[in-house]
Design a protein around this ligand. Structure first.
Ligand code: ATP
Ligand code: MG
Length: 257
């Protein structure tokens, strides 16, 4: 069942309250309130250019030019925090560093840091010897696993992922989606995932935030939050129900008009 909602069941540890984000004359985000509880996955859907990456950058502390606040455990953030790990669409590995050095970066890959990097590589399904490889020798799926390990390195409570699986083939994508579900459960962390894929959102998310494109006749940006109240793990053959997809597609289409 999918329902319009903005509430969260467990005690939230991430509170996002964006009153307004502008680029010059144009308001991109506005009146967006979202809380995440540990273990909760929220998907961000919306047409290209509606502000999904902008929202993620704000939550990551990479953009402070907005009105509102982002708080972790009740503490308002003023910049990047180790409590938030970020995974981008492309792995963005540094080519002059080996895999385990990339996971630790900017820390040096030695001692405890190296032990943690190796354990994370194992967790994302890579072998210990992969740590010594160069990024250019990895497949796209492997590189994205390294990027996920890097996102987990600071032991964040929140993982922010911007279209993390859009550059890999369909099988790899499903495996990485399941890896994300395993990691979120194992670490009891929250995840905010940007995706263009309704099926992906319905497979992964407890809630789906649909951002509507601002501008044109609509000067105020808007968002709708849908609660997907089917327990995880979800069988791919069962989800999504066609009614869910219809609602999301209709809303996406209407917002893109
Ligand atoms: N640094 C910037 N300066 C001015 N405008 C910007 C800047 N960054 C983004 N924008 C604009 O803000 C809007 C939102 O951009 P954003 O990258 O957040 O969209 P998005 O939803 O992530 O899109 P996509 O799905 O294509 O990745 C777009 O219209 C974009 O052109
Ligand atoms: Mg984007």
């Amino acid at each position: 069942m999918i329902a319009g909602s903005s509430s969260s069941v467990a005690a939230p540890f991430v509170d996002i309250d964006i009153r307004e984000k502008r680029y010059g004359e144009r308001a991109v985000l506005g009146n967006l309130r979202l809380s995440l509880a540990p273990g909760e996955i929220v998907a961000l859907l919306g047409a290209s250019g509606c502000g999904k990456s902008t929202l993620l950058r704000i939550v990551a502390g990479l953009d402070r030019d907005y009105t509102g606040s982002v708080a972790f455990n009740g503490e308002v953030q003023h910049g990047p925090s180790p409590l938030a790990g970020v995974v981008f669409q492309e792995p963005r590995l540094l080519p002059w560093l080996r895999v385990d050095e990339n996971v630790c970066f900017p820390e040096r890959a030695r001692g405890e840091a190296l032990v943690r990097a190796r354990s994370l590589l194992d967790e994302v399904g890579l072998r210990a010897e992969d740590g010594a490889r160069w990024p250019k020798h990895l497949s796209g799926g492997m590189a994205q696993r390294v990027a996920i390990a890097r996102g987990l390195f600071t032991q964040p409570q929140l993982l922010l992922l911007d279209e993390p699986f859009s550059a890999v083939d369909a099988m790899t994508r499903m495996r990485l989606q399941d890896l994300l579900l395993t990691i979120v459960q194992a670490h009891g962390m929250g995840a905010l995932v940007v995706t263009h894929d309704i099926d992906e959102a319905l497979h992964l998310a407890d809630r789906i935030v649909l951002l509507e494109t601002a501008g044109g006749s609509r000067s105020r940006p808007a968002s709708r939050i849908f609660e997907v109240d089917t327990a995880r793990p979800r069988r791919r053959e069962d989800t999504p129900g066609s009614a869910w997809r219809r609602v999301l597609l209709d809303t996406l289409e209407a917002s893109a008009r």
